[in-house]
Design a protein around this ligand. Structure first.
Ligand code: DON
Length: 304
């Protein structure tokens, strides 16, 4: 059975799952998104594609952006990066402050907010214009030159991101944030605000399925060993404090965001992106997780 056929079947079977979650409302600009939307897009390394539903509608990628910033920072710093941020699942909500103090300002992993702020700090130290570097990487991987920041979402998060501001200042007090705090937060809020559709996102994740090599230019974004490590962190930490359940039900590494997007992949094969804005209590898309669970079940493919 073709991927297109399987995805269309899942698109129709998953409809009863709408209404079981809640659109993120802690960023006012995200709260206005219509909940009953679903996009699915898949891209294989050998050039096949499959799409269903709202796969051309752009949404806020939010924490999925942490995957791209980590790839950039890991390529720049190599293993020195792990002196400043750990690689263990946190078991705590993504914006938790408690663990950071107990662990003396070294975030558990790069996908909780504290860890992502350290990663963004690395980019702020290395680049004069980190926002453009992040955007250009994503545009190149996705093959779309008009992907951009959503300034309304970035401003909305800046106005309400008190926990992120607390985390950044606490990191600063521990000596684990070297740039100006407001600069790091500005870059972080902007990277989260980037708007992409599922087709673009599945394509942008394909370099992870391709062991760190840009599938269209052939450029090595990461070494093979670095790609292995990034993929391992995605599997163990990519879904907040629900990473264990995601691995259990879906069996692919990936990353979610509170905009309702989920991107996942099977190394050597394919990448898939799903977007549906209603979230469960962990901040993961309810419909998105179900789609991906059925995808690996019905294709018989996963990393296990
Ligand atoms: O930091 C925040 O609250 C959001 N901009 C990102 C949220 C998200 O998707 C979950 N974070 N790990």
């Amino acid at each position: 059975m073709s991927h297109q056929h399987i995805i269309e079947g899942i698109y129709s079977d998953v409809q009863p799952f709408f209404g079981r979650g809640k659109v993120a409302d802690y960023i006012p600009a995200l709260a206005r998104v219509r909940p009953d939307q679903l996009g699915i897009a898949l891209q294989t390394l050998d050039g096949q594609t499959a799409v269903a539903g709202d796969s051309e509608i752009r949404f806020s990628i939010q924490s999925i952006s942490k995957t791209f910033t980590l790839a950039l920072a890991f390529a720049l710093e190599g293993n020195d990066l792990w002196k400043r941020v750990g690689v263990e699942p946190s078991g705590n909500p993504f914006n938790s402050l408690v663990q950071l103090e107990f662990e003396n300002g070294k975030p558990r992993n790069p996908f909780i907010n504290a860890g992502a702020l350290v990663v963004t700090d690395v980019l702020c130290r290395h680049y004069d214009d980190p926002k453009s570097v992040i955007l250009n990487l994503i545009r190149s991987l996705a093959g779309s030159d008009d992907i951009s920041f959503d300034e309304e979402v970035a401003a909305s998060e800046k106005a309400t991101g008190f926990r992120n501001q607390s985390l950044a200042w606490f990191l600063k007090s521990c000596g684990n944030l070297h740039s100006d705090v407001d600069t790091v937060l500005d870059v972080y809020f902007h990277q989260c605000s980037i708007a992409m559709n599922c087709r673009e996102l599945s394509r942008a994740f394909l370099f992870l399925a391709n062991h760190g090599v840009h599938p269209y230019t052939g450029e090595a974004m990461l070494t093979r060993s670095q790609a292995k490590r990034l993929n391992a962190i995605l599997l163990t930490c990519g879904f907040y404090d629900q990473a264990g359940e995601f691995a259990f039900r879906v069996g692919m590494p990936g990353k979610s965001g509170v905009g309702g997007g989920v991107a996942a992949f099977i190394p050597g094969e394919l990448a898939v992106a799903v977007w549906s804005p209603e979230l469960n209590e962990h901040g993961n898309s309810v419909v998105g997780m179900q789609v991906l669970e059925w995808f690996t079940t019905r294709t018989g493919r996963s990393i296990f």
